[in-house]
Ligand binder design. Structure first.
Ligand code: NI
Length: 225
């Protein structure tokens, strides 16, 4: 499921992030990829051990906690500390698939079920730089305003088009979901959204309770803790 999550960060927060990132410790984005990704990746990232990366990453995770839409759709179990990237001067990231298992430091690992991009500047500030996600329904082209996020299955092939004017700045990270399977997660999300709508519309309480019970029993069946 490809989902747009508007306004994860407020305009003030985006401005603060941008200011801090302008003075950031940027390095070659190939620092964090394997041999396959290194062939097609041309961008910059904040250094993985940079204190600024940790600080802004924590701020972004706190901001995400305000988003019920993110939680309903992703059902996060664990989240990799957010990274930050910058594309300019023709920089791009050709078609690739994200690694399935990521290190959280030491022996700790995370399975990447969902990929998330949070846009930190507006698409009119650059040419190109659109996120292209390829799935069984074809290619989806994504460019969202600063502060907005998109989530999509980590299993999909995706790329970032060359940035031919200006620069494109974003945060990206991976989520291990309580529910590994994208189709199951999607059904839970749709059921959850429908229950909320029925509740808002003042639907019969017993029927809403019954549906809520179905939601939790499916989550109990499908979730991994
Ligand atoms: Ni990727």
């Amino acid at each position: 499921m490809l989902l747009h999550i508007p306004q994860v960060l407020t305009p003030d927060e985006v401005a603060e992030f941008r200011l801090r990132l302008d003075g950031g410790d940027w390095t070659d984005g190939r620092e964090t990829v394997g041999a396959q990704g290194a062939k097609v990746k041309r961008n910059e990232q904040l250094r993985d051990n940079s204190p600024l990366k940790a600080e802004l990453g924590d701020a972004l995770l706190r901001a995400l906690k305000r988003s019920p839409l993110f939680f309903a759709a992703a059902l996060p179990r664990r989240i990799l500390p957010p990274r930050f990237n910058r594309y300019a001067g023709g920089g791009e990231y050709g078609f690739h698939v994200d690694g399935a298992v990521m290190s959280l430091g030491g022996d700790d690992q995370l399975r990447s079920d969902i990929s998330c991009t949070v846009f930190l500047n507006d698409p009119d500030e650059y040419d190109g730089g659109r996120l292209v996600i390829s799935d069984t329904y074809g290619e989806h082209v994504v460019a969202k305003p600063a502060g907005d996020a998109v989530i999509y299955p980590s299993s999909s092939l995706h790329r970032v088009e060359p940035v031919t004017r200006g620069e494109r700045i974003a945060s990206f990270f991976w989520i291990q979901s309580l529910v590994r399977d994208d189709a199951e997660r999607r059904m839970l999300f749709e059921l959850d959204t429908t229950i909320q709508k029925l509740t808002m519309d003042g639907a019969d309480q017993d029927a809403v309770l019954q549906l809520t019970s179905v939601y939790h029993n499916l989550l109990r069946r499908w979730s991994e803790i």
